[in-house]
Design a protein around this ligand. Structure first.
Ligand code: PFF
Length: 446
């Protein structure tokens, strides 16, 4: 039975780019680059994204589009009677965990956005945005309500279905996000002293590269293309057989890189122009940026725009994280979509409560020396995602027949054997080796 499909190729590209572009590009990349050597980090990230990220994205696309089924069912169809469907289960578990803390940050953004509209950000205590941020995120009623609000918006869109929910919302939010980005980059680059920030972000200081940075860049490349979780398997299962996977993947990777680049250009010039520290870490966008915007003409307007952009970026990623759960439950019975969206979304909200309280009531509760929120992020980004990515690379390249892989990958495109063979080498050898090397490095073996 052919289920629902994307209405247009561009709708699919915007939704998939919406999943990819999120906190990874706009929040994580700038602060990780800020603490790991600026341009050098960005360069390594770029190479990993172009070679390994694109190959893995294509592998997920082949699995999804070939079967037109959500992950668990897709792995079952391609490798019947084997345990490979566990990769789908792992993807669903990872997605729930990601969304559990992603929605907490989404809630912070929502709170900031509402406060920016009502003037609640203009006068921080003692003129210090760090103190304001601490006081907001430890106020569990305010962030709890915002957390729930963020999840409810996500549920309302996802319950609408692929075309009327996710595709429609992404087709509005993503173009708006690009326009706001351009406005912010122009504002940022025209500040006095902006060039120092551009230099920090773009001039690679290769001496600052070490194993740790390279590892972060690999994790970041996968995280920011939403790979290793079978989300791209899910989204491509709704793509018509007529479209070229290679062309769609190039557009999605191109848009993601463009946004990562624009984020750096929007953020670092301001940080340097106002003599603030680029290596502030995770709270960079909540503590440093309000100070930056506060200093500039029409700053509060630009900050509100920035928060709106961040909200759109985060929501379009959240849609994909909930959709993988919903599609798995409602594939064979579309009537169950609404109930699946509500049950899944509210379950994930409850799962996220300890992450939310990590900054307030539960701040003293440490697991292996760190708060719950950070440990879940670590578990997902550094363990579950790379394991998922490794399994998908191995599955696609060793367990699907070469002729079938080739047919699905090249369908609708004019590329030939050379492209296919290069992709196969990347997915069969280079990607798994890079992931294994990264693991060995974390374990201190290498
Ligand atoms: N790609 C999203 C981001 O960069 O913010 C995060 C993400 C979404 C990761 C979906 C993984 C995923 F499956």
């Amino acid at each position: 039975m052919a289920g629902e499909q994307w209405k247009s190729k561009i709708g699919f590209i915007l939704a998939a780019a919406g999943s990819a572009i999120g906190l990874g590009a706009v929040w994580k990349l700038p602060y990780v680059a800020g603490t790991s050597g600026g341009g050098a980090f960005f360069l390594v990230f770029l190479v990993f994204t172009l070679l390994l990220g694109t190959s893995l994205l294509l592998a997920e696309f082949v699995i999804g589009r070939k079967t037109q089924k959500p992950p668990i069912q897709a792995y079952k169809e391609l490798a019947p009677g084997t345990p490979w469907y566990w990769v789908g289960i792992l993807g669903i578990i990872s997605s729930c965990l990601i969304l559990s803390f992603y929605a907490v940050v989404g809630g912070w953004i929502l709170t900031y956005f509402i406060r920016s509209l009502t003037g609640g950000l203009t006068d921080p205590p003692e003129g210090n945005y760090g103190i304001l941020f601490e006081s907001i995120i430890s106020n569990h009623w305010e962030v709890g309500a915002a957390h729930l609000g963020f999840i409810v918006i996500t549920i309302l869109i996802v319950q609408g279905g692929i075309q009327k929910g996710i595709e429609r919302a992404s087709s509005i939010m993503m173009p708006a996000l690009f326009i706001i980005f351009i406005v912010l980059v122009v504002r940022s680059l025209t500040l006095d002293g902006a060039m120092e920030g551009v230099r920090f972000f773009l001039q690679p200081d290769l001496d600052s590269l070490d194993g740790q940075t390279i590892l972060f860049a690999l994790g970041q490349a996968f995280f920011s293309l939403s790979l290793g979780v079978s989300i791209m398997v899910t989204y491509s299962s709704y793509l018509s057989k007529k479209e070229s996977l290679v062309r769609s993947a190039s557009s999605i990777v191109g848009l993601s890189i463009l946004i990562a680049f624009l984020s750096g250009l929007a953020i670092f010039p301001g940080v340097f122009a106002f003599d603030l520290e680029p290596n502030e870490g995770p709270s960079l966008i909540f503590t440093v940026l309000p100070a930056v915007f506060n200093e500039m003409a029409l700053g509060s307007l630009f900050f509100t725009l920035f928060l709106l952009l961040l909200l759109f970026a985060t929501l379009t990623s959240a849609f994909s994280l909930l959709e993988i759960v919903v599609s798995s439950v409602s594939h064979s019975n579309p009537g169950r979509r609404r109930i699946a969206a509500w049950a899944g979304g509210l379950g994930i909200f409850i799962l996220g409560i300890p992450s939310n309280l990590s900054y307030g009531l539960l701040s003293e509760w440490l697991i292996f020396g760190d708060i719950f929120f950070n440990q879940i992020d670590f578990l997902v980004s550094n363990i579950l995602l790379p394991v998922g990515a490794l399994c998908i690379a191995v599955f696609a390249s060793y367990f699907i027949k070469r002729s079938e892989l080739r047919e699905e990958l090249l369908r609708g495109s004019s590329l030939g054997s050379g492209f296919f063979s290069t992709w196969l080498v990347l997915i069969r050898y280079i990607t798994p080796l890079a992931i294994i090397a990264a693991f060995l490095h974390v374990l201190g073996v290498w």
